[in-house]
Design a protein around this ligand. Structure first.
Ligand SMILES: NC(=O)c1ccc[n+]([C@@H]2O[C@H](COP(=O)([O-])OP(=O)(O)OC[C@H]3O[C@@H](n4cnc5c(N)ncnc54)[C@H](OP(=O)(O)O)[C@@H]3O)[C@@H](O)[C@H]2O)c1
Length: 306
């Protein structure tokens, strides 16, 4: 694998970079990044082959898209050289949304359209490449949600539609109402969160041949900071494999472990630090041996496979 490898999402030429940069933590640091800092971040990511950026309307209490959009305007590159992913349907209790009395979901057609319009304005772009329904909504009326999704695609505001945190049956339900395929399901998987290997999520991705996007690929950092038996065992196993590979960073081994899966998972990296991103990008040059992969799995689950 190389920095330039792409993963196709549809038959119309839409593809994502092999690793995606997640923007969730853009406003988590001590300083609010200005437009120049964000433009530099976009360039750093592109240098490492990451042309795709993952957003959601709610990130940073509804603030990240706007800050990223200012950086995107400052950035000198062509919009067509990058891909923007965003999400909708989570309704946070927030000063930015005074009408939300309680955290809830909204997959109505009206909300989808309004949320996409806001994301386009905040990101200062005419279109997003992929729109995801962020979380399954128990009140989702699949016919209506599909109508809302079709409308934003037909209007040229969104190139492709996916979902996030959906079970296979929730995915199939929405897909059954759409005239085009859902291109991904963004789910949590990591060396410390392995249940999607056995709960049907990754089987479903292979069955329908869509690449799943993977959030918190380092367990949201708990892989490094966690002090439980699982984290300690997994770090030990990653270190052992790292030693076998000549001492690469264990974050790269953790990403290589995901990349080894045949569903072609696309990890969404959460650090925004260039050195850390570069370490993780080195995973593109690693192909774990089958037994190395199982050693890490066993360290995570705490037991030999049956
Ligand atoms: N669809 C969903 O429901 C959903 C949910 C959550 C996230 N996401 C997406 O997934 C992306 C990634 O999630 P995530 O941020 O939880 O990913 P992650 O890569 O698992 O975790 C990133 C965190 O790990 C920390 N970290 C500590 N040591 C590190 C090291 N040596 N190398 C790299 N990172 C280290 C980072 O700290 P520093 O920041 O200090 O480097 C950062 O806080 C988000 O940005 C978002 O786009 C989606």
């Amino acid at each position: 694998m190389s920095y330039s490898e792409r993963i196709a999402l549809d038959a119309e030429g839409l593809s994502l970079s092999r690793l995606v940069l997640g923007a969730w933590r853009l406003l988590s640091g001590p300083e609010r990044p200005d437009a120049n800092r964000v433009a530099d971040l976009i360039n750093d990511a592109i240098d490492l082959g990451m042309t795709s950026f993952d957003h959601a309307d709610i990130y940073g209490d509804y603030g990240v898209e706007e800050v990223f959009g200012a950086g995107l305007k400052q950035w000198r590159g062509q919009r067509e050289r990058i891909e923007l992913i965003t999400k909708c349907d989570i309704m946070l209790k927030s000063g930015a949304r005074p009408d939300n009395r309680i955290k809830h979901y909204d997959t109505s057609a009206g909300h989808i359209e309004a949320s996409v319009n806001r994301s386009l304005k905040n990101l200062q772009t005419d279109y997003v490449d992929v729109l995801l329904i962020h979380r399954p909504d128990p009140l989702m009326d699949a016919d209506e949600t599909a109508r809302g999704l079709e409308a934003v695609v037909e209007a040229g505001k969104v190139r492709a539609i996916g979902v996030s945190n959906f079970s296979p049956s929730q995915f199939d339900l929405l897909a059954s109402r759409l005239p085009f395929p859902l291109v991904t399901n963004q789910i949590e998987v990591s060396v410390i969160h392995t249940s999607p290997l056995v709960d049907g999520s990754l089987d479903h991705a292979q069955l329908l041949r869509y690449p799943p996007m993977i959030w918190s690929p380092l367990g949201g950092g708990s892989l490094f900071t966690g002090d439980g038996a699982q984290e300690r065992q997994v770090r030990k196993a990653l270190q052992m494999v790292s030693d076998q590979l000549g001492g690469v960073d264990i974050s790269a081994v953790a990403i290589a472990w995901l990349l080894r899966h045949p569903a072609r998972p696309i990890p969404v990296l959460g650090s925004l630090k260039r050195e850390r991103l570069a370490s993780m990008a080195s995973a593109l040059g690693i192909v774990l041996e089958r037994q190395q992969w199982f050693e890490i799995l066993q360290a995570s689950t705490g037991e030999e496979v049956p």
